[in-house]
Design a binder for this molecule. Structure first.
Ligand SMILES: [Zn+2]
Length: 468
């Protein structure tokens, strides 16, 4: 990759890279500065000026960001009699079109299966199907409690993060089981992710609502009130402290949940929190208006505006650390309508893998809740750091994978379902007016999306090992 050129009669050696991204404004979690970037062999090789390449992309007037990392997605995930509608292929194409170049999904072992068997089966499903790189979290269900001695080998296989549930039959652990699982994960230096809603409170309300004949989706938010989350987040933090394990609370939707986390972190606990665009941008009014409301059924449910305002404040103060989408799409026609006679049978989950960066730029950065650097930290750098993928992911440093987003802060678009590549028949953000869009997305130095569309690039992502 070396070449020579004449300069005022002198011959000078210089490095000739594959690709230069020139003239853009680099935005990282720490700083904003104008610089060029050089890419060689799928990696970032140099950050600076006067770099020479075989090909140059001009990024004048654009932001240059590390590819976004979505710490929480569910692609082709079986739920009851159906499965989330985005496959590894369609879901990762949609992610890339929106500027996300790494997703972290889940392994859910079947009863009888070992964690390692389930991990290799999940990897086999994704193999050759993903446009971008992916990592995995391991789920510890009740049936896996006898297999906690597998945890060190799961870490050796590249999975340092373990998901626990406080609710859902078959998934939920009681407090004692949770302590056991947390201790086993803590011992290897791993991290537990916890879905935190009080199971008894949600059952108590659900059964009462059904007895009263409340079968419509308007009953859904009443069945899972804010205090069910607030109680569980507080308890889970205390359990993690007892077991000496790092903990990451997924999809925090309430003021109280976020406050409990902030208090634990301020007291020195290794505790992290995620929220999602739906809890920042949509409110519980969506559950009114007939069965159309099934489009918004997810757990925890959308909340009142006061919670939303509190979550924005927590983000701006750095008390929430990541934004994941919890992308779990189901067709309104054909899947969500499984619950048309009973809201408890509506498959729970919202699509959103493609819109996170643009939504958070428009409603987070431009509305003054978070800085540009916080935006990059929340959507890319922090998830990569927390789950052991940094600085391969989440950074614009020499040695990092050349996963790069060119983002036009001035491009205005109205979000419509038809403009998205997600494999589902609606978007919860239909009609949202966006300011700023990813215009070019590179994975390992290869252009995979352009102007929000898949370029058809013949690129496949790989499994990325997380470390502790
Ligand atoms: Zn989830």
């Amino acid at each position: 990759m070396n070449a020579v050129r004449e300069e005022s009669g002198e011959r000078k050696w210089f490095v000739m890279y594959d690709l230069i991204v020139a003239g853009g404004k680099l935005i990282t979690a720490e700083e904003t500065f104008s610089s060029d970037l050089a890419i060689q062999g799928g990696r970032i090789c140099a950050v600076g000026t006067d770099l020479q390449g075989k090909e140059t992309i001009r990024a004048d007037g654009l932001y240059v960001l590390p590819g976004a990392v979505d710490p929480h997605v569910h692609l082709q995930m079986p739920i009851g009699e159906t499965a989330s509608s985005d496959t590894w292929k369609t879901g990762t194409i949609a992610a890339a079109c929106g500027g996300t170049t790494t997703v972290i999904d889940f392994v859910e072992p079947e009863p009888g299966e070992s964690m390692l068997q389930a991990l290799s089966a999940r990897r086999a499903e994704a193999e050759g199907q993903t446009l971008i790189d992916y990592a995995l979290h391991m789920t510890i269900t009740e049936a896996m409690m006898e297999k906690l001695d597998e945890i060190p080998s799961v870490l050796d296989a590249g999975v340092p993060s373990f998901k626990l549930y406080t609710t859902y039959p078959g998934m939920k652990l009681n407090d004692y089981q949770m302590l056991d699982a947390m201790q086993a994960v803590g011992k290897i230096g791993g991290i537990v992710l916890v879905h935190s809603e009080n199971d008894a409170i949600t059952r108590f309300h659900t059964e009462a609502l059904l007895r009263e004949g409340r079968f419509g989706p308007d009953a859904h938010p009443l069945s899972r009130p804010a205090l069910a989350e607030e109680e569980a987040v507080y308890r889970v933090l205390k359990l993690a402290q007892t077991a000496d394990a790092s903990v990451y609370i997924v999809h925090i939707s309430t003021a109280g949940g976020s406050a409990a986390l902030a208090q634990a972190a301020a007291a020195g606990q290794s505790a992290w929190g995620e929220t999602c665009p739906q809890y920042l941008l949509l409110t519980e009014e969506k559950y009114q208006g007939g069965f159309e409301a099934a489009k918004y059924v997810c757990a925890p449910p959308l909340r009142a505006a006061a919670h939303q305002a509190a979550l924005w404040r927590s983000l701006s103060r750095g008390e929430l650390h990541t934004i994941g989408t919890d992308h779990c799409p189901f067709y309104f026609n054909g899947q969500k309508d499984l619950g048309k006679d009973n809201f408890t049978r509506i498959p729970g989950g919202l699509p959103g893998i493609q819109s996170r960066l643009a939504l958070l730029h428009t409603f987070g950065v431009l509305e003054g809740h978070i800085s540009l650097n916080q935006w990059v930290a929340l959507c890319s750098t922090r998830p990569a750091q927390i789950f052991g993928l940094y600085p391969q992911k989440g950074a614009l440093q020499p040695g990092s994978d050349a996963d790069i987003v060119l983002f036009d802060p001035n491009l205005k678009k109205t979000l419509t379902h038809s403009s998205l590549s997600e494999n589902v028949d609606y978007s919860p953000y239909e009609g949202f007016k966006l300011s700023g869009m990813p215009v070019q997305v590179y994975a390992h130095g290869m252009k995979v999306a352009s102007d929000g569309r898949y370029t058809g690039a013949n690129h496949t992502g790989s499994f990325i090992r997380g470390t502790v």
